[in-house]
Write a protein that binds this ligand. Sequence first.
Ligand SMILES: [Zn+2]
Ligand SMILES: [Zn+2]
Length: 111
Amino acid sequence: MSKTTDPREIKNIQDKELEITWEDGHVSRYSFQYLRQRCACALCQHEWTGEKLLDAAQVPQDLQIQEAAPVGNYALHFRFSDGHATGIYPFEKLRELCPCGPCSNPAGHAR
Ligand SMILES: [Zn+2]
Ligand SMILES: [Zn+2]
């Protein structure tokens, strides 16, 4: 695993956000709602076409994560307060989803 997709620390911020500090020192903060809206499980996103099956507007703003558990050493599994628990979030994908300015601005993506 590369440093950028290796989590050093994972924190729950006031039951509203998930904060991941990566091995390269970068800090990502995701609201639970944001994560739920980006769930890529077969119920939320079509397996082959990538078509969104989840209506993002239906995800409540005060959604909670009731449980976060590691999957092997490559992903996190969340149990959301709306009962949804089939999503698996690989660290690589979480890093990609980082909502901070430099990460979400494609121009700032040095590759
Ligand atoms: Zn899902
Ligand atoms: Zn970022």
